[in-house]
Design a protein around this ligand. Structure first.
Ligand code: NAD
Ligand code: IPM
Ligand code: MN
Length: 352
């Protein structure tokens, strides 16, 4: 039997994860999903109870699980802490500790939501982009880092660093996925101003030339990519990015689909469990009110079914259930409706 570890986290994290749990329980009861659900404290909740955002025991449990489903972490309560004591540091430590270097962030428009985007429906119709974001390197992790000095001489330092091996292993994931899609990859970088970006471009191109001649590779400067995403987003299929650009561009793409509350993600390494999380955060502005959209969390469960729990059939069913709920008019507030988080979860269960 497989183990799915739930890390609800902070803010709306527990609210949306609870709905994903209901879906998993329903699949266990009715569709032969053979999975044990476990749960652990994570993020700010763990700081309050255990003094650190990610305990060794929780990291060990994550590594031993077959898949990990995380809600969201962070919030104003913990924003004044030193970086290593913040909920977000726990998430970075979890990603690094699980070795999940490739973050898949699909952004696709559900037909029923074409009008929910702030862009014109004809611009986002048929949108189906897959971001492949490098997740355990780059400026998020590079050393040296820190704040030092006094007065006018205070310095904040972060290091944007990539090795060829780090670039190649995530590019390989993008090229392999491209073979199951339209065989097109756009790689976004800032090779015009950053050496690490130039290395990124050279290594991605070299890997393509050596091993993936059947995949069409284009390079795009990340700022132009941001513009093209709102000008003509359907020109993209797979977008390969470093850690920082992938964070920013995927939030931007989320809005093309109608809401940040719709976008799931899967973080994969070289074997081992995957880490599944909505791309949104803890949404302190709506936390505790039961109005958050649980679809990103439920769709993250679908990705876990596909990539870690070996039930692609159930992944398709869950995605279909979300689509059916939307087609039937179910909408949380971010989508212009009035449903609560639980009622939206109920609508997805009905679609199952
Ligand atoms: P956010 O993603 O939490 O929220 C941005 C906006 O989107 C807010 O208005 C929020 O209400 C809305 N929103 C987000 N998810 C929603 C959902 N499911 N349904 C409806 N509306 C939703 O980003 P933020 O406000 O910049 O960050 C808040 C905290 O979350 C910060 O501490 C940040 O570090 C953290 N964060 C965590 C993660 C994560 O755990 N993976 C991701 C992003 C941000
Ligand atoms: C995300 C989040 C995280 C990131 C933060 C909370 C560490 O914004 O998953 O998109 O920047 O990767
Ligand atoms: Mn983000």
């Amino acid at each position: 039997m497989a183990t799915l570890l739930l890390l609800p986290g902070d803010g709306i994290g527990p609210e949306v994860t609870a709905q994903a749990r209901r879906v998993a329980e329903r699949l266990s009861a009715t569709a032969g999903l053979d999975v044990t659900l476990a749960e652990a404290r994570f993020g700010g909740a763990a700081i309050d109870a255990d003094g650190v955002p990610l305990t060794q025991a929780t990291l060990a449990a994550a590594r031993a699980a077959d898949a990990v489903l995380m809600g969201a972490v962070g919030g104003p309560q913990w924003a004044g802490q030193p970086y290593d004591k913040r909920p977000e540091a726990g998430l970075l430590a979890l990603r690094a500790g699980m070795g999940v270097f490739a973050n898949l962030r699909p952004a696709r428009t559900f037909a029923a939501l074409a009008a929910a985007s702030t862009l014109k429906p004809e611009v986002v119709a048929g949108l189906d982009i897959l971001f492949v974001r490098e997740l355990t390197g780059g400026v998020y992790f590079g050393e040296p880092r820190g704040i030092s000095g006094e007065g006018d001489a205070r310095r904040g330092v972060n290091t944007h660093l990539y090795t060829a091996a780090e670039i190649r292993r995530v590019a390989r994931v993008a090229f392999d996925l491209a073979r199951g899609r339209s065989r097109r990859v756009a790689s976004a970088d800032k090779a015009n101003v950053m050496e690490a970006g130039l290395l990124w471009r050279e290594e991605v191109q070299a890997l393509r030339d050596a091993e993936y001649p059947d995949v069409a590779l284009t390079h795009i400067l990340a700022d132009n990519c941001a513009m093209q995403l709102v000008r003509a987003p359907t020109q993209f299929d797979i977008i390969l990015t470093d850690n920082l650009f992938g964070d920013i561009l995927s939030d931007q793409a989320a809005m093309l689909t109608g809401s940040l509350g719709m976008l799931p993600s899967a973080a994969l390494g070289a074997g081992g469990p995957g880490l599944y999380e909505p791309i949104h955060g803890s949404a302190p502005d709506i936390a505790g009110r039961g109005v958050a959209n649980p679809c990103a969390a439920i769709l993250s469960l679908a990705m876990a079914l596909r990539y870690s729990l070996r039930r692609p059939d159930l992944a398709v069913r869950v995605e279909g259930a979300v689509e059916a709920a939307l087609d039937a008019g179910a909408r949380t507030r971010d989508l212009g409706g009035t449903l609560t988080t639980a009622a939206m979860g109920e609508a997805v269960l009905a679609g199952l």
